[in-house]
Design a protein around this ligand. Structure first.
Ligand code: AHR
Length: 614
């Protein structure tokens, strides 16, 4: 028996627009010790137990003589960067940074940019800078920096690797009698992604670009809203204004995933990254509410949070004549970043958020009606809260609503038709985080089939991105991720290749298909058995139009048929052995859950049925 074939019809369905993108959050050391190319861990001695109970100011450093080397904060580099190392060498001393993972990946033939802030307290002094392997042998030509400034000053030097190691270290050596202060000790490879300073690891940046994402959601996740209300608090929520400008003036913050976040990779870099990988930026701002600790800004003090949103839009899109547009230009990007999407809140549970969202919405839409605003429905598992998010989105006319779910593959299979019944006239769904909880072939195939359902429903699903994106293999917070890496290598998962397939080859529009080359009527004793044809809806109502049965002698036209749920409609019959049948499927019922339909042929009391995706 032949298989029926689907061939493109003439009707266009919903455009796919920006459907498939990526979501970056600094979880699993995705930024610090990951995408951010900084090779020194704890470069400004800001690590503290608030980040992680095992941390202290010299975490990741080895001090040869603790009596001569002390972290203090009496004469800070600036008020945002309080701690520094005082070197008061009673003998020749050295400090060594261990990097992330098991050490730094240093390659022969590559150049590394070293820098630090330093001031001498007792005249000109030399600092010897070495890149070594784990037993202290040089793997780059060492350099000497002569420090003579009595004010904090940045010094730089280039180091050329001449041996390769994955367990490299950075060592600074000070001679006896040296008395100076050091801070922001930094090492970057020369070959960052797109050769930008203070930027992204080349291999990881290229891995993102190769996905061809349509958008980049950043910077979190729970990372955004888990924290204190005061932006100057070490444990504050992610406040974007803290993350731009000179890196030494960005305050280190507690990362809720149990480590320290330097904010070296900040909003300006995320906007640049979006541009570099061809993705639209999609920032997520806190809504003045922390659902993890049920902590909220009083409604009459929401102004500063709303201003953060308005200022961010001006920072991204404003002309250089505006305050924030000028700041962007001064950072090196006079052209706007063309921000289109902005999310307020992430996975919010709690009425307090929904009491506050309307204030953001009204203020932003009043000034920037063109910005597509994303409300949040919280984690799917939150049940009722999820409905509250959708209601808020409908009441406020949000453009999109962020849904999150991490479920078993069986759930994804059973819910292929989740979005069939969503209202194309309401806010669109933004599937801002999802995964079927394993990096196995089976899961990847299940995710692919689910993504077909997202494509099919592009009139109801606006955006979708897998989560989490990155995991440093030595610092796993979350079990299933898209891309694994260590200090040297990148290992995209099978799920990555599914995402890539859908992003790289994302179509522009849904196209309705026609059914052709149906199986021929069966011939018994030289007599064809009459072929009877029917269409049967499966759970859904579907409208079939332009149905034509062509057996070579005549074209039988059946006009339009609406198939309601389990109803079976007989179209007609032919005793020809050679025929085609064509039709367009144009509509499905929004209330029903599925859009499967069947095409069948009857042979005596047996039906041969082909189930076609709707
Ligand atoms: O993707 C990991 C986390 O899952 C996100 O931070 C959060 O939004 C969700 O709970």
């Amino acid at each position: 028996m032949n298989s029926p074939q689907l061939v493109p019809g003439t009707k266009l369905g919903a455009p796919l627009n920006d459907l498939f993108g990526i979501f970056f959050e600094d979880i699993n050391h995705a930024a610090d010790g990951g995408l951010y190319a900084e090779m020194v861990q704890n470069r400004s001695f800001e690590f503290a137990p608030i980040d992680n109970e095992t941390y202290q100011p010299t975490t990741a450093w080895k001090l040869s003589d603790p009596a001569s080397l002390k972290v203090t904060d009496k004469d800070s580099l600036n008020i945002k960067n309080r701690h520094y190392l005082e070197v008061n060498a009673q003998q020749d001393v050295d400090i060594t940074n261990l990097g992330f993972n098991r050490g730094m990946y240093i390659e022969a033939g590559k150049r590394y940019h070293f820098s630090f802030f330093v001031k001498t307290l007792n005249g000109r002094k030399n600092v010897n800078v070495h890149l070594t392997d784990k037993v202290g042998n040089d793997v780059a030509v060492p350099t000497v920096i002569s420090v003579e400034s009595h004010q904090w000053l940045k010094y730089t030097a280039d180091l050329d690797g001449n041996q390769t190691t994955t367990e490299g270290r950075l060592t600074l050596k000070f001679e006896q009698g040296t008395h100076l202060l050091v801070d922001m000790i930094s090492l970057f490879p020369d070959d960052t992604f797109n050769h930008r300073p203070n930027y992204v690891r080349k291999d990881l940046g290229e891995t993102l670009k190769a996905l061809h994402p349509k958008f980049l959601r950043f910077p979190g996740g729970c990372l955004v809203h888990d924290g204190q209300l005061d932006p100057d608090d070490r444990g504050s929520m992610y406040r974007w204004k803290n993350s731009i400008g000179p890196v030494e003036q960005r305050p280190a913050r507690r990362n809720n995933w149990g480590y320290n976040q330097t904010l070296g990779l900040g909003y300006f870099e995320y906007f640049e990254l979006s541009e570099d990988i061809g993705a639209k930026p999609l920032p997520v701002l806190p809504g003045g509410y922390d659902p993890h600790h049920d902590r909220e800004a009083p409604i009459d003090q929401l102004g500063e949070w709303i201003d953060d949103a308005l200022d961010l839009i001006e920072f991204a899109n404003g002309s250089t004549a505006t305050k924030w547009g000028k700041i962007r230009a001064n950072l090196g990007h006079p052209k706007p970043f063309n921000l289109e999407y902005l999310a307020i809140g992430n996975e919010e549970v709690g009425q307090a958020f929904f009491d506050r969202y309307p204030y953001f919405h009204k203020a932003i839409k009043a000034k920037y009606p063109e910005i597509k605003l994303i409300n949040t429905a919280g984690p799917f598992a939150a049940g009722k809260e999820f409905d509250r998010g959708w209601k808020s989105a409908q009441d406020n006319h949000s453009d999109l609503v962020d849904e999150h779910y991490y479920m078993d593959p069986e759930w994804f299979l059973a819910n292929q038709h989740r979005y069939d019944s969503y209202d194309p006239n309401g806010p669109k769904a933004f599937l801002g985080e999802y995964a079927s909880k394993a990096n196995q072939w089976y899961n990847a195939v299940v995710e692919a089939s689910y993504m077909i359902g997202l494509e099919r429903n592009a009139d109801k699903v606006g955006l979708a991105c897998y989560a989490p994106l990155f995991c440093n293999v030595d610092y796993e917070n979350w079990g299933t991720d898209l891309i694994y890496f260590d200090q040297k290598e990148v290992s995209p998962t099978v799920n990555y290749f599914v995402q890539q397939l859908f992003m790289k080859y994302q179509g522009t529009d849904n196209v309705y298909y026609q059914l052709k080359d149906l199986p021929k009527a069966k011939v018994v004793d030289d007599q064809p058995i009459v072929g009877k044809f029917f269409i049967q809806g499966d759970k859904a109502r579907a409208k079939f139009e332009n149905i034509v049965l062509d057996d070579g002698h005549q074209k039988q036209k059946f006009g339009s048929q609406t198939v309601d749920h389990e109803e079976k409609i007989e179209l007609g019959s032919t005793d020809a052995t050679d025929y085609t049948i064509t039709f367009d499927v144009t509509k499905t019922d929004q209330d029903s859950k599925g859009t499967h339909f069947c095409f069948g042929q009857q042979e005596s009391d047996k039906w041969f049925v082909w189930i076609l995706g709707g």
